[in-house]
Design a protein around this ligand. Sequence first.
Ligand code: AMP
Length: 184
Amino acid sequence: MTRLLLVGPPGAGKGTQAGVLSEKLAIPHISTGELFRAHINDQTDLGRSVKQFLDSGQLVPDEVTNQLVIERLGEPDTDGGFLLDGFPRNIGQADVLGKYLAEVDRQLDAVVQLEVDEEVVVSRLLSRGRADDNEEVIRRRQSVYRSETAPLLEYYRDILVKVDGVGEVGVITDRVLNALRDRT
Ligand code: AMP
């Protein structure tokens, strides 16, 4: 059983790695960014209420985000594990996740940190062309990462697995899988 969380700055390749890893490990990939974008595409009430936050690169309010994730984690396909990508993104969300998992008698196995320099991620994002990928929004998302999300690395220090996130997709996937295998 594998319950994992992927952390790294926007543009570190979390989504790509999470997709590959979830297939290899046969666990669902749960991306809050993707869940939000699906709601925006489908023009749901939730989508309408979160669009401004995604467009401006700010975090969606915790209550909305937490509820979405907790509901998703309640689905039976997570019984054998899951890979969270982009959640939690601040300490408050991490506390809510921890409480929820404790209630259902589960715990995280590892938090994988994809390490990539800020200049590298900014130039990657500029070439990606997603709706929230203009330079001002990219810089906002990096600064939100530094102030809100990076403290999670300390919060999860006991189960943190650091992986060099620069290189070919397959090479990085192997690094993650090896690092998870090697962890004590
Ligand atoms: P991502 O696809 O992970 O880069 O997320 C895209 C955007 O979705 C972020 O810039 C936030 O606006 C929003 N978002 C994703 N995950 C979260 C989260 N855990 N908490 C708050 N907002 C989030």
